[in-house]
Design a protein around this ligand. Structure first.
Ligand SMILES: [Zn+2]
Length: 321
């Protein structure tokens, strides 16, 4: 069990004290959950080359490396029938199965058996699921908790923490099957860029080092983390009859992920040249701006509220007793 206390700091930020009672003894690194996000696909293949047999694994952590959606990877597509990374809700994992069940739903149940079952004591302790985005987001961790400080402190790599505020049963993506989990991005789909691959590889290596330090009793303190809690999604303007989009992201907003968007700032430029502005009352932080895979989901960008956290992480018993 984890326990967390968050208190307000003197600078208006918050300081989180987290203690985790259990070692993170079983970790899964998953890639190819989306078959055209190639950094994760090639990193998983690379890690599989060096994967140790169980009897040779070190005592601090055992690592399972998984290619999540091999059929989509073979076709270099996001998915073959339905988005695998939306199949891990309680309802979808436990629904009826027939000949017509999409491949990805069947695959989500296989992964739930391998890495879960979701919500059970047998689930792996941490899932690190590797993704790319076409948005200019840098290295990000996406998680369903805003107080799970596992793997947060990466001193050498700038990293942002995105918090999706859903209850566990409704959490739809693969990393929600583990007791802790996150996703990591960015890069255009269907290509691999060595700088992005190398950043992702360093991020995963850092996570594994962190887990080994944590399991050996290290207390982590110092540094601060930007936490972005998702508030809402904004769709493109669309033709009411055809549902086609009628505008693109405004050039002043393109690639400005995590730069504060103020009321009345340009949001879209219509195909006839008109500027459409942000009508919200509260300044918020945009991310996933113009993500290729989200046109079909009706998301042009997401908006988040930011806070700063200074995590302090240690085993239970060292701090909270
Ligand atoms: Zn993805």
């Amino acid at each position: 069990m984890c326990c967390t206390c968050i208190v307000d700091g003197p600078d208006g930020g918050q300081r989180a004290y987290t203690s985790c009672g259990d070692m993170l003894s079983r970790v899964a690194v998953c890639g190819g959950t989306h078959g055209n996000e190639l950094s994760g696909v090639y990193l998983v293949r690379e890690l599989q080359k060096t994967e140790k047999p169980l009897e040779e694994e070190d005592e601090l952590v055992s690592v399972l490396v998984v290619l999540s959606n091999p059929r989509a990877v073979q076709q270099c597509r996001r998915y073959t029938e339905t988005d695998l990374n939306r199949c891990f809700t309680h309802a979808t994992l436990n629904g009826p199965e027939s000949d017509k069940t999409p491949y990805e739903i069947t695959r989500s149940r296989e992964l739930n058996s391998l890495l879960g079952p979701k919500g059970s004591p047998e689930a792996v302790d941490l899932i690190c699921d590797l993704h790319n985005t076409t948005a200019n987001m840098g290295l990000c961790l996406i998680a369903y908790s805003d107080h799970d400080w596992i793997c947060l402190q990466m001193p050498d790599i700038p990293v942002r923490y995105i918090h999706f505020d859903f209850p566990p049963k409704e959490a739809y993506s693969l990393e929600s099957v583990g007791k802790h989990g996150f996703e990591i991005g960015p890069q255009p789909h269907g290509v691999v860029r060595s700088n992005i691959y190398t950043t992702m590889k360093a991020g995963v290596q850092h996570v594994m080092d962190w887990v080994r330090f944590f399991n050996s009793g290290t207390i982590f303190e110092g540094g601060s983390v930007e936490v972005y809690t998702m508030v809402k999604n904004i769709d493109y303007p669309r033709d009411s009859e055809t549902h086609s989009i009628t505008a693109a992201i405004h050039p002043q907003l393109q690639d400005q992920d995590f730069c504060l968007l103020h009321p009345n700032d340009p949001l879209f430029q219509t195909f006839s040249g008109e500027t459409l502005r942000y009508k919200g009352k509260e300044p918020l932080y945009p991310f996933f701006i113009n993500e290729c895979a989200y046109y079909e989901k009706g998301i042009a960008l997401s908006l988040a509220r930011r806070k700063w956290i200074e995590p302090f992480v240690a085993f239970k018993g060292r701090i909270c007793g």
